[in-house]
Design a protein around this ligand. Sequence first.
Ligand code: ZN
Length: 548
Amino acid sequence: MTRRIEIYDTTLRDGTQGERINFSAEDKCQIARQLDALGVDFIEGGWPGSNPRDMDFFEKARALKLEHARISAFGATRRRDSSCATDKSIQALLRAETPVVTIFGKSWLLHVTDALRISPEENLEIIADSVRYLAERVPYVVYDAEHFFDGYRDDPEYALATLRAAAAGNPQRIVLCDTNGGSLPADVRDVTARVVQEFGITIANNDPESIPAPASSFGLGIHCHNDGELAVANSLAAVAAGAIQVQGTINGYGERCGNANLCSVIPNLQLKLGYEVLGEGRLPHLRSTAHYVSELANMALDSRTAFVGDSAFAHKGGVHVSAVARNPRTYEHIDPEQVGNRRRVLVSDLAGRANLLAKATELNLQLEDEQAVLDELKRLENDGYEFEAAEASLELLIHKLRGVHQPYFELLGFRVIDEHRGALMPMSEATVKVKVGDFVEHTAATGTGPVNALDHALRRALEKFYPSLADVRLVDYKVRVTSSSLTGTASRVRVLITSTDGQNQWGTVGVSPNIVEASWRALVDAVEFKLVRDGAQFPARIKTSSTK
Ligand SMILES: [Zn+2]
């Protein structure tokens, strides 16, 4: 029988303790739905005792109707001078009315004596009392042993005594936490193995419905932070030693350097180690989940992110590309589709014919005259164009060279005015004149800068003809001065724009000696690409007017 490993996601709690990560209660609901569709077992929604926004989420979460995942509320053991019945944090956990409650307690004597300033015995009482109180009132209780590995290094017997205290309260899971994130895989493995041995833990405890009877009937979990860049490795080491639950976050968001990245933990467990993790057919949702969460977090996902990043299966060198075309296993550790990713071929003048052909196949484009396309690419690259991050521009270019591109609009002219007066913030205003079918549209818009104003004016001019452009927005804008100019005269700038419509992202490029012109070219490609992808039609009223 394959061993099953549970996934406990804490993106909405530990993840939001990361710098610049903020989710509204509504964002949290959307993410919870997405995590449920991915097939995680637990979703830690927040700390109801710590802020009103988290309580708001738990109220909304009751209406979520999740298919598989259980929502968990997180909090601390009771305070030293109160009983569980009067402790604010414990009572807030009960008011959250979640099917699962997770509480953390202290395993490290340093924290007990220096931070809490209580006796070691009093700490054990607090742990046992808090776990027992909750286990009698909530269907499923998880105990997080905070700083367990540091505590164990300091005083192994005391660290184990805290687990015994928790186990006496009958929780379903006890989770060993590498809170400071500095442990090494071999230590995590050895310490986890010691706990497994000490408590006589067997993998049979893995049944989520199992009712704990004797103290040793809990299942073991692992919660790692990434301060030594080892959170994923440490999680896998704990699983190898007998842990059956892995806690982590999507994209590894979390305090300081983050938590164990579930987008790496899950495929490693499932594809490499053969554990049963997500349900049948769920793993291909991994990439879209990673991108969805990064979108809501407003944090661009690094393209080199393992498994789910845009570059994870991108091939550049000519030798690699031709080998991958023959057999993908030559340069790919897994089939990208298993995690919902895709193979990409990067076109650059380093490569040549094989790259271009592979790219055309990837984009489903037929090339009648590949030499003409190669010549044009070479010319543009000499001019400073770069298509690696601008696949949308490349696709449009190939359409244009094949003569199958139908322009959706024609530019008659644009003008940008920049103004900076006195102490006021600088302002830009752009006017754009375009022709759509027989209609001439002349629009003005303001913006925080010239490109922002141009983007607003262009989309305002076109939105009435192509309503889907309302969803498009810029997520990234980069400018480089190119050094490749053969003429040695005026330097050129290359503008790379990344756009999104909430579903997909695409990159476009423009090059010119003039930064506004270069930006304009990238903007126009961004808009045209969206229309081509949507298969947008010319609006009916234009068709009628042009057939008159
Ligand atoms: Zn944590």
